[in-house]
Design a protein. Structure first.
Length: 254
């Protein structure tokens, strides 16, 4: 197993053998309890919390497999991958649902109503591990919080179906028609009807705008990662996709 220090969003993540060490945060009690609840429900794709080290960092089980970093691996274009994401997310939502009304927990973000599930908040290839084109691990729960299930569904559709750089597709995922087909496959695997897929697609612009607002807020408070993302123009892509996806939805899916 690897021994390395990697970038981990708001954390410095250290991988050492079969352990992953992440920074401690005010919401870490919640991100510890999530894996515990999932373990009680026999979900083997969520890393176990192993305690804290001498520097008070959070220590988790290392999840073996290939992480879906950019450029996305070829298997990401398969129906198996997008269906696996749908089934996995549904299992996670169902397992963690008991925490929605747990007032002893502090999350990074305030609950968004109606709070139906605990959303992962950043369910994307870079926070999953894969084997044989299927999700076998899900990690990084710093953005988890109580919210409508559509909040998670919309972002997973954006990242897995794949609607990044909307309208200027130059990858192996095909045209808009094929991406919409993948969207419906994902939501079907999640266990919801096609109307839920359309509703989730329609929420993508709001989801992206929320991300950009958060990046500006965090950068203003000294978050260097968010400042770097702004400097590199990530927000510009999200805002462009906000406009193009909103226009497409209003014309084609409303």
């Amino acid at each position: 197993m690897p021994n390395e220090i990697v970038s981990g969003g708001q954390n410095t993540v250290r991988i050492s053998g079969d352990r992953v060490t992440r920074s401690h945060h005010p919401w870490s009690l919640a991100t510890r309890k999530l894996p515990s609840v999932c373990a009680e429900k026999q979900l083997d794709f969520v890393p176990k919390w192993l305690g804290r080290d001498q520097d008070r960092n959070e220590v988790f089980e290392y999840m073996d497999g290939e992480v879906g970093h950019d450029p996305l691996p070829h298997f990401f274009t398969s129906d198996a991958t997008v269906c696996s994401a749908g089934k996995t997310l549904r299992q996670f939502h169902d397992a963690a649902r008991d925490l929605v009304n747990d007032e002893t927990l502090t999350w990074q973000f305030a609950a968004k109503q109606p709070a139906e599930v605990i959303c992962h908040g950043d369910f994307a290839g870079y926070n999953c591990t894969f084997k044989d084109a299927k999700v076998v691990g899900v990690f990084d729960f710093d953005c988890a919080f109580p919210a409508p299930r559509l909040w998670d569904l919309s972002y997973v559709i954006y990242r897995f179906s794949l609607f990044l750089n909307f309208g200027e597709f130059g990858d192996e995922f095909g045209d808009v028609k094929n991406r919409l087909r993948r969207m419906y496959l994902f939501v079907e695997a999640y266990g919801e009807p096609s109307q839920t897929a359309r509703n989730a697609f329609g929420l993508i612009p709001e989801r992206l705008k929320s991300m950009v607002n958060w990046m500006y807020q965090e950068a203003g408070q000294g978050n260097q990662l968010c400042q770097r993302s702004l400097d590199e123009g990530h927000h510009a892509l999200y805002l462009k996709d906000h406009d193009t996806i909103k226009t497409f939805y209003q014309k084609e899916l409303c």
